[in-house]
Write a protein that binds this ligand. Sequence first.
Ligand code: P1T
Length: 413
Amino acid sequence: MFTTSNPVAGQGCRWGVSSVGTVSQEHAFKAGFETRAIHAGYEPDEMTGAVIPPIYATSTYKQDGVGGLRGGYEYSRSANPTRTALEGALAAVEEGERGFAFASGLAAEDALIRALTRPGDHAVIPDDAYGGTFRLFDKVARPWGLEHSPAPVGDVDAVRAAIVPGRTKLVWIETPTNPMLTIGDIEVLAAVAHEAGALLVVDNTFASPYLQQPLTLGADLVVHSTTKYVGGHSDVVGGAVVVRDHEVAERIGFHQNSMGAVAGPFDAFLTHRGLKTLGVRMDRHCDNAEKVVDFLVGHPQVSEVIYPGLEEHAGHALAARQMRRFGGIVSFRVTGGEQQALQVCARAEVFTLGESLGGVESLIEHPGRMTHASVAGTDLEVPADLVRLSVGIETADDLLADLDRALGGSGRE
Ligand code: P1T
């Protein structure tokens, strides 16, 4: 049986979490991933039968006498039915106790950090992570008193050594990391964090809940930039935290409401719509990424292809164990240094030059000058000859032809 408690109404449902309406528990069962992605969080509206959660564009709710809330709804910073539906679905696909939707991935991270740490505490962070996450720890959280140590997520001993006994409250990883696609062992790192009395946080943005469910492997919290694969169409910015433990969930919920960086109803609607097709999109992202990798390996202008699906990737066996497939992001280095990397980015046409990832359209970027400019000169600096691809779901041959053109030809027979 798979049920999780409802953040607002306290109701379970067949698929995961029910936001509106009561459902008999008689037929409760653990549905498959796609079924949960499509049905969890919402039952067709009692009055109209609306199959999709309406966009509740309301800031407040009529009370039936003071304190007489209908379904627990009081004010839309605290809860809004469109957001509740998304939060229920996120909890269900990550197999968590509760999900929380935020205005952006960084807003979700900020709420998590402030809910679970205090001045004087310490966090272990990846030595390869999204530049904005590093900036949040280094330029925002540190001045408030939270210290951090970067460690390579692929090296368990190094992560263990970075823990400050008694002070480390969070071990924070990405797997795969952004942009070097390093793989961290979620199960082992959870044990390492727990031994030290810390919580393991996994940024699951790159894998998406379809490819990997960190909470089932022992992680305590998952964060997402839902801007990416969950939303999937590059039309909305959002973030999420999904929590395994009830008490931790209470703290995140308290901070979400107290700090207020929530997902609005229109954004929640778009993100939830995207989540319903996550499974089919991810399979095509992975198919196309594998074809792109095959093309790039051995290309005369490419010195290294980084993709966890390659047998020579240091984290390949681990990724094969903890992920369903290897994802849609491919990084590669070129033989001609930074200038060539910039040129490839500028020449690509089907691959749009831009930050972000995880949308249906293919994107190309230069991490050193773009998404990871904020880590220049730190332990997290990325190679200047690195190019990152977010492989979309266009026709694969068009993607290969575009890359060949951008690289100056001679990669295809
Ligand atoms: O952009 P926002 O929704 O606030 O999410 C931040 C974030 C968090 N975690 C990871 C792993 C991310 O990749 C991001 C955002 N990343 C990009 C914009 C990028 O192009 O890499």
